[in-house]
Write a protein that binds this ligand. Structure first.
Ligand code: COA
Length: 173
């Protein structure tokens, strides 16, 4: 007999989590992570936001970090804890952002990803992002090209983001 999959516990997106909880998830998914100092600095500004997908008990299972200026957003990081990957949670986080940006007629979301990150690239395509260019040697450790994606409420994939990179980590992913 095929076992019935266990129902997933209800999960909610916390749009105002603590910095240390964000940093802890970041470190678990992207070791060694950006660190508390970087997160504190990023989230001090009004443009950078961190969301955590968490259980009703308040345990974080994934997070999204993005910058937003008016009707444009740029994803800086998206991650789901390894034991929870492949269950639709990354998609849920990203679709939460797209739903917000979709309320603007001209809403756009930009991101870039390592060329070899096929799982993430599939996620972006499945959420309606389109490829919008490639940057050679954008990442280091190891060096690798970045592929740029854009999602548009109007499906236009030609523009560059106007988000503020002055306090963003280089080679973010
Ligand atoms: C990339 C990541 C955020 C995706 O989150 P996830 O919860 O595992 O993905 P989901 O279950 O929501 O799947 C969304 C889509 O991704 C694709 N996908 C997910 N897991 C996959 C796998 N193991 N292999 C191939 N494709 C996969 C599927 O196309 C899926 O869409 P579909 O269900 O409509 O077919 C997650 O795997 C992760 O945290 N990876 C490590 C960190 C990272 O690389 N982040 C991205 C760069 S910042």
């Amino acid at each position: 007999m095929v076992p019935t999959p266990k129902p997933y516990h209800p999960l909610e997106i916390n749009q105002n989590p603590g910095v240390s909880e964000l940093e802890r998830l970041d470190r678990s998914i992207f070791p060694p992570g950006w660190g508390l100092e970087m997160y504190t600095s990023l989230l001090k500004g009004e443009r950078t936001h961190g969301w955590i997908l968490e259980t009703v008990e308040g345990n974080g299972v994934g997070f999204l970090c993005f910058q937003r200026i008016d009707d444009e957003a740029e994803v800086l990081r998206i991650g789901v804890l390894p034991e929870h990957q492949g269950k639709g949670l990354g998609k849920r986080l990203l679709e939460g952002l797209l739903a917000e940006m979709g309320t603007h007629g001209d809403g756009k979301v930009f991101l870039e990803v390592r060329e070899s990150n096929e799982t993430a690239r599939k996620l972006y395509l499945s959420c309606g992002f389109e490829e919008a260019g490639r940057r050679e040697k954008y990442y280091s450790n190891p060096p690798e090209a970045a592929v740029n994606y854009v999602w548009s409420a109007n499906i236009s994939a030609t523009e560059q983001p106007k988000t503020d990179h002055s306090n963003s980590p280089a080679g973010r992913e």
